[in-house]
Design a protein around this ligand. Structure first.
Ligand code: NDP
Length: 281
């Protein structure tokens, strides 16, 4: 049976550490602050935004949620971001994705000052990560790497297969694992013989958005299976991995819920603290 990598346990420990760090920063006159911009009424986004606010409150980070109506124009959204760029109380800005269809996500993300971009989605930060420079690392891939390291899983020379090539998970996860000297394969909806690839993986990252898509026959015995998926099925949250059967084959597996989702929030707090330190306020 696979060892279950509990994101909850790690994130509880990180929360305690982050609380202490916030106290120390405040003593130096630095008050970290996070602004989350939410446009529209998407139910999943409402939950994510609420959880981010709770995490800030727990740790002692000042937080603001700016709720804009679903018919907000691009100009209004960008004006909001520009105001937050100039606001000294705010060290980090996050625009909750997805935005309503009529809005241009790329243009909105480009408005965030790169030093306040706590999601690491700004082109400058994505480019820095791509070219191996120091950058803000997107929270979910950062959380995946943190969990692998916590579990003592060696990465250099390992086969890492990532299913999913989004800008927020798949691509940055590939860059990070390559930086750790894995041999990385990125798969997507046009990949032929997907299972041929996944069965080679020592580290398998599932970021697809399809419930229980990765089945036991697709997994190499002993692999570390990192399940990013968050899917709602009959009122239950399940991952992209068929958890029970896969956990009988894998060496390590992350649960959903209580796995990478928890780590993502912890890494957002981490990125906010780093942003506050960078800005010195
Ligand atoms: P996207 O929808 O942006 O990307 C999904 C990727 O999966 C695409 O690259 C797509 O390929 C690929 N894909 C779809 N179908 C198949 C298939 N049949 N075979 C192989 N690849 C396929 O999703 P995200 O990356 O934003 O999110 C993925 C999942 O992770 C979602 O469930 C999301 O809710 C969850 N998530 C969880 C987070 C957390 O904190 N735990 C954070 C962010 C996301 P193609 O590019 O060809 O379309």
């Amino acid at each position: 049976m696979a060892i279950i990598l509990s994101g909850k346990e790690i994130s509880d420990r990180l929360t305690a550490e982050q609380k202490e760090r916030v106290k120390e920063l405040k003593a130096q006159g630095i008050q970290p602050g996070l602004a989350v911009v939410l446009v529209g009424e998407d139910p999943a986004s409402q939950i994510y935004v609420r959880n981010k606010g709770i995490a800030c409150e727990t740790i002692g980070i000042y937080s603001e949620t700016i709720r804009l109506p679903g018919d907000t124009t691009q100009g209004q959204l960008e004006d909001t971001i520009q105001k937050l760029n100039k606001d000294n109380k705010i060290s980090g800005i996050l625009v909750q994705l997805p935005l309503p269809k009529h809005l241009n996500e790329d243009a909105a993300l480009a408005c965030i000052l790169p030093e306040k971009d706590v999601d690491g989605f700004h082109l400058i930060n994505a480019g820095r990560l791509f070219s191996g420079q120091e950058s803000v690392i997107p929270c979910t891939p950062k959380g995946i790497l943190y969990m692998l390291k916590e579990a003592g899983i060696s990465l250099a020379g390992k086969e890492a297969v990532i299913v999913g090539r989004s800008n927020i998970v798949g691509k940055p996860a590939a860059m990070l694992l390559m930086r750790e000297h894995c041999t990385v394969t990125v798969c997507h909806s046009r990949t032929k013989d997907l299972a041929e690839h996944t069965r080679r993986a020592d580290i398998l990252v599932a970021a697809i958005g399809k419930p229980r898509f990765i089945t036991a026959d697709m997994v190499k015995p002993g692999a570390a299976v990192m399940d990013v998926g968050i899917n709602r099925v009959e009122g239950k949250v399940v991952g992209d991995v068929d958890f029970e059967p896969v956990s009988r084959v894998a060496g390590f597996i992350t649960p959903v819920p209580g796995g990478i989702g928890k780590m993502t929030i912890s890494m957002l707090m981490e990125n906010t603290l780093e942003a506050a330190c960078r800005q010195g306020r």
